[in-house]
Design a protein around this ligand. Structure first.
Ligand SMILES: Cc1cc2nc3c(=O)[nH]c(=O)nc-3n(C[C@H](O)[C@H](O)[C@H](O)COP(=O)(O)OP(=O)(O)OC[C@H]3O[C@@H](n4cnc5c(N)ncnc54)[C@H](O)[C@@H]3O)c2cc1C
Length: 431
């Protein structure tokens, strides 16, 4: 073969050269084709890998959506939570860190909302329903509430509060509690940019800490003025925490008022102002009244501050408040919420308690339907007496009611929250 090729080359060099050129070209074409096929194959491989990567990403996104959906969906009824930590905040006040017993994700909530507990207090025939504000912003791992033992009335003669004492004295780490999902209309809108004034008295600081945390953690830079009133350092819950919050965040201005400072406590060091939180103090410190105000504290504290804010020209829609007990702040009802109450000339509106077979006349005094029932010795369950826990929900058989204040608990069609409404017409209720 080689000999033949040499012979051809020597006898016909041009033909041989042509042959070689053609052969070379053929080889080159083959190589290019092979290379092309290889490239096509590797492109296909790459495309397949890319497809797989996209599939995995889609699956991951699906899982994330599922987790977010699960986490944002509140539960119906009660859910079991275990107490992961119990921390003393100050005298007779404890924070409870609660983890879902089922280990599933926690729904988020709006800063300012509360949890409703059904407490199995020993010796009580049925669960005691109590609401407690979430005292931290939303976290993925746990909820936190902070509970102060409700002291007996000053006149004495009564034991301290049942639910709060149960928490302070008996609830311990590892205990399981029945909890309803976060609820409530008293909350901060994190999308807003208007500067805020957070105003709290005593244990009313709990929703304010949740709001301040939510704002500072969102790095919103929204101007925050935080006014807190306590008797003295003994009652000043979250003291170190609040000082830290103000030191670490330029947009937080903290003003703590002690009404009865203890001997060793110094203004400017332990607290900022001696006395109570008042609108006069706001006038001295705030650059204007152009803020959104959030208030929570004892009834008298909230009544005087809301009234003075109104006098200072702050529109009602910029003032939000939460009552921890029976609602006492009276606000102008929104026009659409007003129901014309017409009284018959004699005897008032008739309220019939169908189950107990009692009829009473409601004369339009400033009482709720619940108080009317209690006076008539008709049993209606009650918890917060502020329209939040839902214990006093009662079915209306006929007639209509009007609400005295806003309520957090949902009202089923054809029912009413007796603690926060009154008859608007003659009424028959299932109690
Ligand atoms: C939305 C909301 C959020 C809340 N958030 C918080 C929070 O974050 N932290 C917190 O600590 N609290 C909070 N509360 C208040 C809480 O729900 C309870 O109202 C509070 O703990 C008192 O309940 P208790 O069972 O301890 O007291 P109760 O047993 O209901 O007693 C209340 C008061 O009545 C007195 N009393 C008892 N018997 C009588 C009697 N026969 N006659 C007259 N007085 C009597 C008691 O001594 C006590 O002073 C909140 C309330 C609401 C509505």
């Amino acid at each position: 073969m080689l000999e033949k090729a040499v012979k051809l080359f020597t006898q016909h060099p041009a033909t041989a050269a042509g042959f070689l050129i053609v052969a070379g070209l053929a080889i080159e074409v083959c190589l290019l084709v092979a290379l092309g096929v290889g490239r096509v194959l590797s492109d296909r491989k790459r495309a397949a890998l890319e497809c797989r990567r996209l599939e995995l990403e889609i699956e991951k996104a699906r899982q994330q959506i599922k987790t977010v959906k699960e986490a944002s969906a509140a539960w119906n009824g009660t859910r079991k939570f275990s107490v992961a930590q119990k921390v003393m905040e100050c005298a007779d006040t404890f924070s409870f860190y609660l983890k879902p017993h089922d280990g599933k994700p926690l729904p988020s909530f709006k800063p300012g909302q509360y949890l409703t507990f059904q407490l199995n207090v020993p010796g009580l025939g049925k669960p005691l329903v109590r609401c407690y504000s979430l005292s931290d912003c939303a976290r993925t791992s746990h909820y936190r509430v902070t509970i102060k033992r409700c002291p007996p009335p000053e006149a004495g003669g009564h034991p301290p509060g049942v639910g709060s004492s149960f928490f302070c004295d008996q609830v311990k780490v590892g205990d399981i509690l029945d909890v309803k999902a976060p609820n409530g209309h008293f909350h901060l809108d994190l999308e807003q940019e208007r500067p805020v004034v957070l105003i709290s008295g005593g244990v009313g600081v709990t929703p304010m800490v949740a709001m301040a945390n939510a704002l500072t953690e969102a790095r919103a830079n929204r101007e925050i003025w935080f006014f807190h009133g306590a008797r003295n350092g003994n009652d000043h819950m979250f003291k170190a925490y609040m000082n830290g919050l103000a030191a670490e965040n330029k947009n937080v201005r903290m003003h703590v008022c002690y009404s009865k400072p203890m001997g060793a406590e110094k203004s400017g060091h332990d607290y900022h102002h001696e006395g109570r939180v008042t609108v006069d103090l706001f006038k001295q410190l705030l650059p204007s009244n152009n803020f959104e105000y959030f208030l929570c504290g004892p009834g008298a504290f909230m009544e005087s501050i809301t009234e003075d804010l109104r006098r200072w020209g702050v529109p009602d829609e910029w003032v939000h408040f939460e009552a921890f007990g029976p609602a006492s702040v009276k606000r102008a009802a929104k026009p659409e919420a007003k129901v014309a109450v017409t009284f018959p000339p004699f005897g008032g509106l008739e309220v019939t308690f169908a189950k107990s077979g009692k009829k009473v006349a409601w004369q339009g005094a400033g009482r709720s339907l619940l108080e009317l029932a209690e006076e008539a010795r008709v049993k209606i369950d009650a918890g917060c007496r502020a329209g939040n826990c839902g214990s006093c929900l009662v079915a209306i058989k006929s007639g209509t009611v009007e609400y005295i204040g806003s309520h957090g608990a949902d009202v089923e069609q054809g029912s009413c929250l007796a603690c926060i409404c009154r008859p608007a017409t003659a009424l028959v209720i299932d109690a």
